[in-house]
Design a protein around this ligand. Structure first.
Ligand SMILES: *Cc1c(COP(=O)(O)O)cnc(C)c1O
Length: 418
């Protein structure tokens, strides 16, 4: 069972001020989850979660997470700029980019962010553009497949990210010779894992490589970044991850592998996006049409530009018809947006209560990689974002785009003669 964090009455109250569609975020849920996250790793002295800004690039959300002790994980110029503007600096920023333009390395270095090098060749590129900083992280890709007890979780061998182990070992030696004083290692080997074993399995692999690096190069890592990939159950019948069990699992392998190697002071970092935010966001949308042809369709006022995951990955997002939580799901619908693309469907053949025009739908788990993946195809505009506070009040934290915003980049060109 998935229950929305907003009631029909509250949604109607908000809609009086801000029309649908909009993304709604649950401040209470975000804070409680961030606290559990920090508690799960409180055994590790240097622990820090760097929230992956790309998942939910909203200043108010980042401020809430900053208050809960999180840093930011950036991968672009504007994400770095947003972090700077919000007062994140130095060790509070990770810069885990790839195929990185020079200007981004330059800003990252200026902010004192921890640059996470995606490739061996970037050592030279970084040296020529921004200069080598005194702390650095290297991204590892072991290749092959990544499995947990015989189940293949993902295919690092096909992923564009990271360096091979040999490159990694050589990179640390070269960087040390160039004057780097503090070192880290990073790997992101599987996405949206819904198992308490992902982080512990990844951690064991990275800890063993860290010991090998120390033996082969004498470089002792200061931190190991387990990156993102701890997921959420989008489907209602799946068990959510237990972050306390995950933290405990990582502690076990830490004591098994790092402590005996004299590396009991290595800090653990994470850079989760989805786990930190996805369940604490809903896309709120109104049913505006019903269509009866070869199938039964409900047309809503949101579309794939507000939430791309169903169209892009065929991803399941649970839907609750607000106020009809207890009615039988005895109608089969495709729930569609208005793009001229047949994949613009939030649900296909979904059993739901009977929907009438005007019903308000909450699309679940849109707090990460939801609004953020938005685009303007078909000239559609991005929606507002609203924060639901712990006391039930609500606040606009990003206004909806207007046609003026959409036309702003071409306003100088209407009168150009060809
Ligand atoms: C996307 C990304 C993350 C966050 O991933 P989630 O699946 O949202 O946890 C973390 N680190 C890097 C480098 C990423 O690209």
């Amino acid at each position: 069972m998935k229950t929305p964090f907003v009631t029909k009455a509250k949604a109607e109250e908000i809609i009086k001020d801000f029309p649908t569609p909009f993304h709604l975020y649950d401040e209470k849920g975000i804070r409680e989850n961030a606290r559990r996250m920090n508690q799960a790793f409180s055994w590790n002295k240097g622990f820090k979660e760097y929230f992956a800004v790309k998942a939910t690039p909203n200043p108010t959300i980042l401020k809430i997470l900053k208050e809960e002790g999180c840093g930011t994980d950036c991968s672009s110029l504007t994400e770095l700029m947003m972090s700077e503007k919000l007062g994140f600096s130095g060790d509070e920023i990770m810069f885990s980019s790839n195929d990185t333009p020079a200007e981004e390395f330059i800003l990252a270095k200026k902010l004192g962010a921890t640059i996470n090098l995606d490739d061996f060749t970037h050592i030279e590129f970084l040296e020529k553009t921004a200069g080598i900083p005194d702390k650095i992280c290297c991204r590892f890709n072991p290749g092959g497949t990544f499995s947990i007890s015989n189940t293949i979780m993902d295919n690092p061998g096909d992923a564009k990210y990271g360096m091979t182990k040999d490159q990694l070992i050589e990179a640390y030696s070269i960087l040390r010779d160039k004057g780097v004083k503090r070192f880290g290692m990073h790997a992101f080997l599987a996405s949206n894992t819904v198992t308490n074993d992902y982080y512990p399995t990844l951690a064991k692999l990275l800890f063993e490589v860290a010991v090998e690096i120390k033996e082969k190069t004498g470089v002792k890592l200061d931190f190991i970044n387990l990156s993102g990939g701890v997921g959420v159950p989008y489907a209602p019948d799946k068990e959510p991850n237990d972050i306390l069990a995950i933290g405990e699992g990582v502690r076990k392998v830490y004591e098994e592998v790092l402590v005996p190697a004299g590396m009991g002071d290595v800090a653990i970092y994470t850079e989760l996006g989805r786990f930190m935010l996805a369940p604490y966001g809903h896309l709120i949308t109104t049913a505006i049409h019903e269509k009866h042809t070869h199938k039964e369709y409900i047309g809503v006022d949101a579309c794939a530009v507000n939430l791309m995951r169903p169209a892009m990955y065929g991803a399941y997002h649970h839907i609750t018809v607000l106020g009809k939580e207890n009615e039988p799901c005895d109608h089969k619908y495709d729930v569609t947006g208005s793009l001229c693309e047949n994949n613009d469907k939030f649900a296909i053949d979904r059993m739901l209560p009977e929907i009438e025009k005007g019903d308000i739908l909450a699309i679940h788990d849109t707090g990460a990689h939801g609004f953020a993946m938005g685009y303007n195809y078909n000239g559609k505009l991005k929606s507002a974002e609203i924060l639901l506070r712990e006391d039930g009040s609500y606040k606009l934290i990003r206004r909806a785009e207007t046609p003026e915003d959409y036309f702003a980049t071409i306003n100088d060109f209407w009168d150009v003669e060809l």
